[in-house]
Design a protein around this ligand. Structure first.
Ligand code: ADP
Ligand code: MG
Length: 372
């Protein structure tokens, strides 16, 4: 197969040690009538990485993945595979294979026939097909005895593994996943997340995965892109997304957080918007001119303060409730109209009666400072 070659410019000072992008999106936009589902995305996806695109429902994840799979063409911009433009290359001629949530298995066929389908299309002889199918069964951790089993007699998690084995049978350079685990129960999902990560490592292939669950993205990915209303608002490692969210949307997407709105008073000091109380804030250079900020404090960085000056910023409140999260305990503390969350490990549990008056606080360096 020969693809139309586009000239890709490699700058003369390019670092030869940097991996080359296997897929490149440049100014990719997708509109349906006058609605833009994807807004001019630039994205380099590197050989062998596990990249997850995460975003709420309707943010454009499936649209983006369908463009990578060749089921939709971009309205603007270019998609290149190892430097060759593939915008209009049909799905069956792309180096990608898409694994859906619905799995799309052939219901009246055996596990073996399902896995061998791509091999049959490639006209690989039966004995070789079977051998490869058995290898793939082992790879996805299903017993060889499943080869002849009707696929509809498999459990949800087993069907998932069959769909994965079939995707690997295509031997694509890139595997694309559209929320494949969202129909599974919690425990199975957690186990499959780890297995997918292991499979990624063992196969060395490039995985592009989409999900609405950032928790899922965090477990598996080398890099995560956060999509909001068709825009890629942040791209980074799980650690970047967790510890240095680009904005309030990303920080709240990571999980339950405490948010304190702050504004500058006439004297130039930062004060809490609702109480007017002075706050110690470390303002990032990029937000230095901002008159208003949001301080995001994760529950594990909020704490009970039992002596004056025990934290940079403090609030008085009352204990409203406490919940066991297994190894951790979460407290809800009412401060005026607002509820703050504090989480700590069970070993450090705070003994406080409901409705007890408490002081809670956080240090300036533990707040994530973002635009409101
Ligand atoms: P996600 O997978 O993140 O839930 P989608 O990519 O499915 O989001 O959809 C993004 C937006 O684009 C939604 O508002 C959806 O209604 C719209 N959309 C998707 N496909 C089409 C289509 N074929 N025609 C019109 N609108 C579409
Ligand atoms: Mg979707």
């Amino acid at each position: 197969m020969k693809l139309a070659v586009v000239e890709t410019e490699i700058p003369p000072d390019a670092d030869p040690k940097l991996p080359l992008p296997v897929l490149q999106l440049v100014g990719v936009r997708k509109t349906f009538a006058d609605f833009a589902a994807i807004e001019r995305i630039d994205l380099d996806i590197f050989e062998g990485e596990f990249l997850t695109i995460v975003g709420p429902s309707g943010s454009g994840k499936t649209t983006l993945l369908r463009m990578l799979a060749g089921m939709e063409a971009p309205s603007e911009g270019n998609i290149t595979f190892r430097g060759e433009r593939i915008n209009n290359l049909p799905a069956n001629r792309r180096p990608t294979c898409l694994v859906f949530q619905s799995l799309a298995l052939f219901p009246h066929k055996s596990v073996g026939e399902n896995i061998e389908f791509p091999l049959k299309v490639k006209k690989i002889p039966p004995a070789e097909r079977k051998q490869r199918a058995l290898e793939l069964l082992r790879m996805v951790r299903l017993p060889e005895s499943y080869y002849g089993k009707n696929v509809m007699k498999c459990s949800g998690g087993e069907k998932q593994r069959v769909a994965l084995a079939r995707a690997f049978a295509y031997d694509p350079a890139i595997l694309l996943f559209d929320e494949p685990l969202s129909a599974l129960d919690y425990k199975l999902k957690k186990a499959m997340e780890k297995e997918l990560k292991d499979l990624h490592r063992e196969s060395g292939k490039t995985f592009i995965y989409i999900t609405h669950s950032l928790e899922e993205a965090m477990v598996m990915s080398d890099r995560i892109g956060v999509l909001r209303a068709g825009k890629l608002v942040q791209l980074g490692t799980p650690e970047d997304i967790y510890a240095r969210p680009a904005d309030r949307f990303v920080s709240e997407f990571v999980g339950e957080v405490n948010v304190v709105s702050a504004r500058r008073n006439d004297g130039g000091e930062w004060v809490a918007d609702d109480t007017g109380k002075r706050l110690r804030v470390i303002v990032p250079a990029a937000l230095a001119g901002s008159p208003e900020l949001a301080l995001v404090i994760r529950p594990e960085f909020m704490r009970f303060v039992d002596k004056p000056g025990g934290a940079d910023n403090t609030l008085e409140g009352t204990i409203y409730n406490e919940y066991s999260l297994g190894s951790r305990i979460q407290y809800q503390v009412r401060v005026g109209e607002k509820t703050f969350l504090i989480e700590m490990s069970r070993g450090h549990a705070w003994k406080a009666a409901p409705a007890a008056t408490v002081t809670i606080g956080w240090d300036a360096g533990d707040a994530i400072v973002v635009t409101p």
